[in-house]
Design a protein around this ligand. Sequence first.
Ligand code: SF4
Length: 571
Amino acid sequence: ALLARHPRRTEALLPLLLDAQQALGCVPQSLHGGIADHLGLTLAQVRAAIAFYHFLSAEPLGDYCLRLSDSVTDRLGGGEAIRDGLLARLGAQQGVTRSDGRVSVHMTSCIGLADQGPAALVNGQPLTRLTLARARRLADLVERGVPLADWPRGWFSVAQPVRLAGPLLSGRPRRGEALRRAMRQGRDAALHEIRLAGLRGCGGAGFSTGLKWRLAKEAVGAARYVTCNADEGEPGTFKDRLLLARRPDLVFEGMSVAGYVIGAKRGLLYLRGEYAYLMPHLRATLRRRHAEGLLGNRVLGTDFSFDIDIQLGAGAYVCGEETALLESLEGRRGIPRLRPPYPVSAGYLGGPTVNNNVETLAWAAHILARGAAGFRARGTAQSPGGKLLSIAGDVAAPGVYEFDFGITVREVLMACGAADTQAVQVGGPSGVLISAADFDRRIAFEDLSTGGAFTVFDASRDLVDIARQFTHFFAFESCGLCTPCRVGTQLLARAADQLADGRAGGADLRRIEETGRLMRQTSHCGLGQTAANPLLDLLSRFRPLCESRLRGDGFAPDAVDGRRPCGREAR
Ligand code: SF4
């Protein structure tokens, strides 16, 4: 019955595996052959996919599968003590299903709740603002076998805090307004409006959205696609979660407009597995859009037909890279492709594909509804419009803020109530760690470019340990395809441990810099190219701090190999 629910196509692999995981608590070995036959894959392909995605397992994960978010902000809030308390109370070992099959406890990368951590997922449902006391109660509920439906409802409440609203978050265009206006104008004029606005990709790279749409429109191909990257995995960012929860129509509308402009019939929204709890809400939005003639055959009575599917990811940060995302959508491991060809000419199933971030698509719909002039008038010449920031860490009011591009870091810090700030991680671990000397720099593509994470650390925080955690994150999430990243991230993680533990010497700092440079130049995708950023930024902006942590003359090497657990289990 499970197999019959899924079409006999390779692209059905991940949905089928997730379906099995949810229904059976794992994807048992006994099913692998049947899945391979059903989809026309080899057994090795099925097993490789199960091994690749963190949220899939061939072994049972227990009646309650707890995944504790292990991001820097969770740790700032006491996440490690909560993990230790839970494991002790449950008599469980991290990453191992308890022998009675009741429960397993895992550590996972940031789950997109940095504004309300420490956080966790239990059987995919989000738990926010965990405390030691709550963890103890949670363990008791698990021991008594209480169904999740009977757990305190407040534990599962996810706030969507808009701390500062600009045109995007405060404007409420009518459903279909952008699409109607685009269709009244025609494809070329709608594309011209996006180009006139100067909209750039909000995932961080800042590629011109209008140019991307034009390239996909003009590329040769029988079928075209629009994919929405909702795999918001950069630790510290959560603004796409908020947009999907509060403005899903705007995101879907952006996809429809992109589909209309490039001549696509199909859109796919790739939703990170950590946000599976948003699925019912998103599906209800799609149903409503269908009912109103905004999706499906002959949209608004015209000859334009367009539909949108949602596919869940399964816990792999690298799938946020656009070609890895396409691989995942096509039913393979999320391993980044070689480029060229670029997705605009050969993307999903080989067709010309526009792949845009959630926020980019929301802005595109906003621009089509309100016109390009208002957008262009804000921001800077090279970075028009506004940007959503996910602000977390040592601030009085964590949440999502909408600013015009060009705002300084100092102004952002004032707006969110930060005090005694030592450093800010702008753009997450793959972005840049800045010190007070940089606080007059601007959030803009031409200065500090960011996908949206803005994590603040006050003077009490140990930046060496924070860089260590980020470095372990990359080592954990590397897909292992290319040697510079696979080996380099492990070397850096070990070096970061040595530095944090006072076991590093001056030569180790030079080795970090050499390894980081090599990874930047030779890694296949952005993960490897940026994995050294936390340590390199620490060394360049906080050199005296690093030197103060070097081992003294009396240091004697011991038998420890330098490796400390990074908090998560290895793949
Ligand atoms: Fe995979 Fe890292 Fe190479 Fe990217 S850089 S392809 S994540 S091994």
